[in-house]
Write a protein that binds this ligand. Structure first.
Ligand SMILES: [Zn+2]
Length: 497
């Protein structure tokens, strides 16, 4: 048994000014690996491919690695970059033939300039080489916008079940098990994808009662005989494409009518709770009031609307300005993407006091740069292997970085735009996060995997950004309508027969 594997990963925001050229993949912190390098780089990592490798070793099948890369979320992939990546991926698949099937760990929310459905486009190419019979099983991020083409071209889609996403490796293992059982003729997967008229931007973290109950419903379905896998996919709301938004996926063993029936019932149950999925951020004044009432420290504040992990520029100044203006002490902001400020700090040198204009350079909506006198406390190449539960074993490369101190507030200016979700980041800067009073992070939810265990309290706050978490504040032109919460839908429309 020989199974092709690979990924061209991207979560594309149509609301961000950050471009996505070919180099966004080749120079990505998450990696660009070809052939045998794929297995070396992803073995023992908490990724879908890490789970495929576990499955291959357990079942004794061979993986034929093609190309694996994942660019940081940003604007739709430039057309020429996509053509080059896809051509290499498919050429490698042709060269790897004959294979018995494909296990891919795609994201599911890739948009390409001129192509709304990146994964559908890639899967069409994969199918043209594999033919209609060989199984194609795909793990996805929970923020996948699943298209009809993806549903038609893959035999099984398995979105992850957790947010923060700490089960990629488990889902990869699940996919590998289904692949082996399918090829042995033990099962015949039949999948139904049901799309909801729902842009689901808030209220979807593991540990929240409603989200946990919804995921538990999928697990209860999976426990029934004849159901192979079931998942909810909130989708990625920051893509102005027809198919953005929530879906559910149910795969049965040889019973397409039951898959459809179960998927519709599950979708109805989720849609009935749609008001829970509205934006759930607080104003900074409320954070201050809560912290005054509750002495538990550190206070972790998330600027989720400027989350680079969702495509935002990562240089919004709202949170840093609030920390400085309120005279917070023992405070740290991680991180602001600003290579020019890093260079200015490097020129001034370690220990120097320097006039800086931090952040606010990508777009006016990100707020103006913060002008301040700062002490350069550390200059380094900020790079580390993640030990926490998210993307365990993978490397984050923030690049040349400067730790600056403005009064009682420290801020790390970094050259690369990355989401903050590990404790290794402050520790690599020489700061022990558990001893801080205040920690500000550029992350929506993923930080919680590592920071909830050390936090006295956690607040997700609203600061200015190009990517509001309230879809009603964004302008959509291509999205299907009606859709909640942009339109007042009282009941899920009956599906076409
Ligand atoms: Zn995600």
């Amino acid at each position: 048994m020989r199974i092709a594997t690979g990924n061209i990963g991207h979560e594309s925001s149509t609301f961000t000014p950050i471009a996505t050229p070919y180099e966004a993949f080749t120079e990505s912190s998450r990696g660009f690996h070809r052939g045998a390098q794929v297995l070396e780089a992803l073995r023992d990592t908490n990724s879908g491919c890490g789970g495929f490798i576990d499955g291959a070793e357990a079942h004794g099948f061979e993986l034929a690695p093609l190309l694996w890369t994942f660019a940081e979320p940003s604007a739709p992939i430039q057309a020429g970059a996509w053509a080059q990546l896809k051509d290499e991926f498919l050429q490698r698949l042709e060269a790897a033939m004959p294979v018995d099937g494909a296990l891919l760990d795609l994201h599911g929310a890739a948009v390409v300039e001129g192509i709304d459905d990146g994964e559908g486009d890639l899967l069409a190419g994969v199918r043209s080489i594999l033919g209609p019979e060989r199984p194609v099983i795909v793990t996805l991020d929970l923020h996948a916008n699943i298209s009809d083409a993806m549903a038609r071209l893959a035999d099984v889609l398995i979105p992850c079940d957790t947010y923060p996403h700490v089960d990629f490796r488990e889902r990869g293992r699940e996919a590998a098990d289904l692949m082996v059982r399918t090829l042995r003729g033990e099962i015949r997967p039949t999948m139904a994808v049901e799309r909801l008229p729902l842009l689901w931007a808030g209220g979807n973290a593991t540990g929240g009662a409603v989200f946990d109950a919804i995921v538990a419903q999928a697990h209860a379905l999976e426990a029934q005989p004849g159901v192979l896998t079931a998942s909810v996919n909130p989708g990625f709301a920051w893509a102005d494409i027809h198919d953005a938004g929530a879906t559910v996926v149910v795969t049965t063993d040889g019973d397409p009518a039951r898959a459809r029936r179960e998927a519709r019932a599950y979708a109805d149950a989720i849609f009935a709770r749609r008001r829970h999925f509205l934006v759930d951020l607080v104003e900074f004044d409320e954070v201050l009031a809560a912290a005054a009432r509750n002495p538990a420290r550190p206070v972790v504040v998330a600027d989720g609307q400027d989350n680079p992990g969702g495509g935002a520029p990562g240089d919004s100044t709202g949170m840093l300005r609030a920390f400085v203006q309120h005279g917070l002490t023992d405070a740290l902001v991680l991180t602001i993407c600003d290579p020019a400020t890093v260079q200015r700090a490097q020129a001034a040198g370690h220990g120097a006091e320097v006039e800086v204009e931090i952040g606010g350079k990508s777009a006016p909506e990100q707020g103006p740069p913060l002008r301040a006198r700062a002490v350069v406390e550390n200059l380094c190449n900020l790079e580390f292997v993640i030990r926490g539960p998210m993307y365990t074993g993978m490397t984050q490369k923030f690049g040349p970085s400067a730790l600056l101190r403005i009064g009682g507030v420290r801020v790390a200016a970094a050259s690369n735009r990355l989401q903050l979700f590990s404790l290794e980041c402050p520790r690599a800067l020489g700061i022990e996060p558990t001893r801080l009073q205040w920690i500000g992070v550029k992350s929506s939810t993923h930080f919680r995997a590592a920071y909830d265990p050390i936090a006295g309290q956690v607040h997700r706050a609203a600061f200015p950004s190009v990517q509001s978490h309230d879809p009603r504040k964004l302008t959509y032109r291509n999205l299907r309508r009606p859709i909640f919460p942009l339109d007042p839908i009282e009941a899920r429309p009956a599906p076409p027969r």
